[in-house]
Design a protein. Sequence first.
Length: 52
Amino acid sequence: MHEQSPHQATTTDRGSFAVAHCSCGWKGPARRSRDKARTDAAVHTADTRKTA
């Protein structure tokens, strides 16, 4: 059985910027590149899995 992670990271657009944010309250920097914002979210969730 898989445990549900409390970290659900997503990205949203704010004008010409994309921002990654997580259900835990973490927020990444605003990026002009959506791909970099998605990478920020993926790195955050991967880092939290390592420490859990």
